[in-house]
Design a protein around this ligand. Structure first.
Ligand SMILES: NC(=O)c1ccc[n+]([C@@H]2O[C@H](COP(=O)([O-])OP(=O)(O)OC[C@H]3O[C@@H](n4cnc5c(N)ncnc54)[C@H](O)[C@@H]3O)[C@@H](O)[C@H]2O)c1
Length: 282
């Protein structure tokens, strides 16, 4: 497929571009940061005209696309003022989705986040492991993700052939960043993330699988590693931090508290990069 990846200069974007190219896709990256060249165009995605024109074609770069992977965003609160995070991310997502539809593109994968399901979990989750039925925003970044999922849910009604996959990534860890797991024996480590993490290469694999198995309508899928990022057994963490949250099913020793069952079932997601191996290696 000919695929545009927005946010291609970022952490997840660069891993995704690498993965999609390795899979044989023709990829063009769109980002406001980066060096223009083969396979990359500098685009301010807050400017609808630039977005629409970029998706329709860019001289010497591409003359039409089959799919869009939309990863561009300010990825956390605190980098810019809170309202600026919301304005950038929601505007950019509207622009990319709407322009993609105008350009006749009917396959979209977009980044959502665990922040759309209760991060930082000061209020205990309604049950554990949390799944995609939980939608709760507690900051402007998370509010943006909830709004972006809502945009997608309406747009798939307008265009019956349109398939959008919103991947709710948890904290993305790139190779070279595993030294932070030296804190893994601390019971508070990653508590605000329900102790979860996902390797950037597994995140990229989830994007690739979503493109390989397009479905009309909106799919919202959580993407995390199958284990927690903690050295403490999951049942002990639950008893310490969320004693009143009902636990659905039986928890494996270090099983994630962000359910990835739907991603496993719907796109065949099978993460392979675990912090225990990566931390040792680094
Ligand atoms: N990093 C995480 O832990 C995490 C967790 C959950 C979800 N996500 C989501 O995954 C996606 C990718 O995150 P990331 O970690 O790679 O972030 P990143 O900051 O490394 O990359 C995001 C890229 O988007 C670009 N961008 C932002 N606004 C833009 C604009 N207006 N015009 C053009 N380019 C713009 C930035 O230049 C950057 O290169 C984001 O949607 C983020 O919200 C990330």
């Amino acid at each position: 497929m000919r695929v545009a990846v927005t946010g291609s200069s970022g952490k997840l974007g660069s891993a995704t571009v690498e993965r999609l190219r390795a899979d044989g896709h023709e990829v063009v990256g769109f980002d406001r940061d980066g060096m223009p060249g083969a396979g990359f165009v500098r685009v301010d995605l807050t400017d609808y005209g630039q977005v629409l024109d970029s998706l329709l074609g860019v001289t010497a770069r591409h003359d039409g696309l089959d799919a869009v992977v939309h990863l561009a965003a300010i990825p956390v609160n605190g980098l810019v003022p809170d309202a600026a995070t919301f304005h950038n991310n929601v505007t950019v997502t509207f622009n990319v989705l709407h322009a993609a539809l105008r350009a006749g593109i009917r396959t979209v994968v977009m980044a959502s986040s665990i922040t759309a399901m209760g991060f930082p979990f000061d209020e205990p989750p309604p049950y554990l492991p949390v799944d995609e039925d939980v939608t709760l925003a507690n900051n402007t970044y998370g509010l943006g993700k909830v709004v972006e999922e809502a945009l997608a849910a309406q747009l798939v009604r307008w265009y019956p052939g349109l398939g959008i996959t919103a991947l709710r990534f948890t904290n993305v860890v790139a190779p070279g960043e595993y030294d932070t797991f030296e804190g893994a024996s601390d019971p508070a480590y990653r508590r605000s993330l329900l102790f979860s993490y996902v390797d950037a290469r597994d995140g990229a694999a989830a994007v690739a699988l979503s493109l390989d198995r397009p479905e009309p309508g909106l799919r919202v899928l959580s993407i995390a590693a199958p284990d927690t990022g903690s050295a403490i057994p999951t049942a002990v963490l639950v008893a310490m931090h969320f004693p009143d949250a009902p636990v659905h099913g039986t928890l494996g020793e270090f099983e994630t508290l962000v359910s990835i069952d739907r991603a496993r079932e719907q796109i065949g997601y099978a993460p392979t990069h675990l912090w225990r191996d990566e931390y040792r290696r680094e």
